[in-house]
Write a protein that binds this ligand. Structure first.
Ligand code: M6R
Length: 607
């Protein structure tokens, strides 16, 4: 959460800073700010709301300089306002920060008692005050920054300018990511490589507790022990196209439509195109003797984990425990000897999931990360990482990452089934065949996109929508509800259809939309009985299912999403699409911001 960009080039940095911020807005968009150092003074603009407000300000009153820092904010401490927007300046020091300083109140009280005056409600403001305090004790700016961060508890990535060191820029990280970028006669600091993609592909990923001092020509990096270190320079493979909407109206729409190709590529990664044989070498884990597996994740990634539990248990006879990372990390759960723990995260930077992984490591678990971002903390720190290869996901609502996670997990479950002798080779071939047909079926579903505009009209004015499913349809119902609520702000809940009578059915009023996931599977009859019960109480049911299931539910064909046939291994991936399209169309019909829903940010790097 929050994105930071710094640049130093001895000329003009403002345009590069704004370019970087545009790529980081997915991390937060409550306010934005930019400061440059020119003629021995800071020039600073801040604006509440999306980056476009800061851009307007920069147009009407341009500022520029040889060195600068900038920030896009997701508020943690203090309301989203101009006053709380970064950068924060105290005397000669100017700071941007991503993360949370957990002990900021104690630090602030102490600094106030020492005569420091605070202007904002942020936790960040303690940082420039501390640096100034240590400089006044005679420390150089480098030493003062390193001394100040010793006082901080929590997670941070910071970038600092000092008026008295106008040819320098400083940065440090602890728990929050930071990269360095190498351009022509320019050095950059940013929250991720994507921010720098339009400017430079040459980047170094900083390690935790690194401190950096940069000027236009040199970069000095010190690790947490103060030892001078080098961090390899790599060429990031993020393309300009990856970070644009590519002709689509929104990132979410683009990302929904990318899914068939992503699933097809993953299929070719895990299966032999000709024989359909499983390429076991792609998953370097032996599941044979495993007693239990733990899967931990947040949000949409958690629903992917819930789905995978069904697969691992059914196809590999492997008991699986699934937990939400924010609960798991504090639950003090004993973990099995020689156990395996799986951490699913699109960003690979979710603070709770990282903490859960660290907890599992303390129990000597083999940790496996299923991630989208190659150089993320989870990818780097887990014992084995499986990339979902979905490409950058910018829309706050996760779409392509979800189906790519599911595809990866489906393949893992098959590998586990083969390793454990629970899945016969004939069955594995049949499943591979079904997965190979999936991209085409996904394209078929996406071709039918017009229907969602009509369905959105049935949903958009309601304050509540219910999603129901059974078996594999249950986690998908929860994912469908999350998609709808996070971008359309309609209160939506997903339930196991069999659970309705135990309480949730009380929510049904005349006309309440109930989106019913009804594939033609072994539970269809039971599913339909549950749906009739809500229909009897006035629910307006929108079935998403095969022809036969839709007919049985007896709604007008215009009010149903007709799906191609599917099986246990393909259904959740295929049926995820109507969930996404429904949320997307409803949000567009309400005229809301699809890619940047209120109060949210893409990467949740604070707990
Ligand atoms: O990057 P992660 O997969 O760890 O993120 C987890 C959740 O924050 C994320 O899935 C969130 O729930 C999305 N906004 C859902 O669309």
């Amino acid at each position: 959460m929050c994105g930071i960009v710094g640049a130093i080039n001895g000329g003009k940095v403002a345009s590069d800073l704004l370019t970087g911020l545009r790529r980081l807005e997915y991390r937060g968009y409550d306010s934005a700010g930019l400061a440059v150092l020119q003629n021995d003074d800071f020039h600073l603009h801040k604006a509440q709301g999306e980056l476009k407000n800061l851009e307007k300000l920069m147009k009407t009153d341009p500022i520029d300089g040889r060195v600068g820092i900038s920030h896009t904010r997701w508020a943690t401490h203090g309301e989203p306002s101009e006053l709380n927007a970064h950068p924060h300046t105290v005397k000669n020091i100017c700071v941007v920060h991503n993360g949370i300083i957990e002990n900021y109140q104690d630090l602030r009280d102490k600094l106030i008692s020492e005569g420091h005056e605070f202007l904002s409600q942020t936790d960040t403001e303690v940082i420039p005050h501390l640096i100034v305090k240590y400089q006044h004790q005679g420390m150089s700016v480098e030493v003062a920054i390193q001394r100040a961060i010793q006082d901080l508890e929590g997670a941070y990535a910071i970038c600092v300018m000092d008026k008295y060191a106008p040819d320098m820029l400083f940065a440090a990280r602890h728990g929050s990511p930071l990269v360095l970028g190498y351009g022509e006669d320019t050095h950059y600091v940013a929250s991720d490589a994507m921010a720098l993609a339009p400017i430079t592909q040459k980047v170094s990923y900083l390690e935790d507790d690194d401190f950096v001092a940069l000027n236009q020509h040199h970069v000095e990096i010190y690790n947490g022990n103060g030892t001078h270190v080098q961090r390899a320079i790599s060429v990031s493979n993020i393309k300009e196209d990856d970070v644009g909407t590519n002709g689509y109206e929104h990132f979410m729409q683009k990302e929904i439509f990318e899914q068939p190709d992503i699933i097809q590529n993953l299929f070719f990664k895990y299966f032999n195109r000709r024989t359909l044989g499983f390429r076991r070498e792609q998953i370097n884990i032996n599941f044979s003797d495993l007693k239990k597996m733990t899967i931990v994740a947040c949000g949409t990634s958690y629903y992917a984990a819930q789905t995978a539990k069904y697969w691992f248990e059914k196809y590999a006879h492997l008991p699986v425990e699934v937990d939400i990372a924010s609960e798991f990390r504090y639950r003090e759960s004993p973990m099995a000897k020689d156990g395996v723990a799986l951490f699913i995260s699109q960003s690979g930077e979710t603070a709770d999931t990282i903490a859960a992984m660290k907890y599992a490591k303390s129990w000597n678990q083999k940790t496996i990360g299923i991630v989208n971002s190659e150089r993320s903390t989870i990818a780097r720190e887990c014992d084995l990482d499986l990339m979902i290869e979905a490409g950058p996901e910018i829309g706050v609502a996760s779409t392509k990452a979800f189906t790519a996670q599911l595809m990866t997990l489906a393949c893992m479950a098959m590998k586990a089934g083969i390793d454990r002798g629970a899945l016969l080779s004939d069955d594995a071939i049949k499943m591979a065949q079904q997965l190979s047909e999936l991209p085409e079926k996904m394209r078929e579903v996406l071709d039918d996109k017009e229907i969602y505009d009509d369905l959105a009209e049935l949903i958009k004015d309601h304050s509540t929508a219910i999603f129901v499913g059974r078996g594999l349809g249950f986690p998908l119902a929860m994912e469908g509800a999350l998609k709808l609520k996070e971008i359309s702000y309609i209160h939506a809940e997903g339930f196991g259809a069999g659970e309705l009578k135990h309480g949730p059915i009380a929510l049904i009023e005349q006309g309440t939309p109930v989106i019913a996931i009804t594939p033609d599977d072994a539970l269809l009859e039971k599913n339909i009985s549950n749906i009739r019960e809500v229909q009897a109480r006035g629910a307006n049911v929108i079935p998403v299912g095969d022809c036969s299931s839709i007919k049985d539910i007896g709604v007008s064909p215009k009010q149903a999403v007709k799906m191609p046939s599917s099986t246990g291994i393909t259904m959740p991936i295929l049926y995820a699409l109507p969930m996404q399209l429904l949320a997307y169309a409803t949000t567009c019909a309400k005229g809301l911001n699809v890619d940047k829903p209120r109060n949210l940010a893409k990467s949740v790097t604070v707990e």
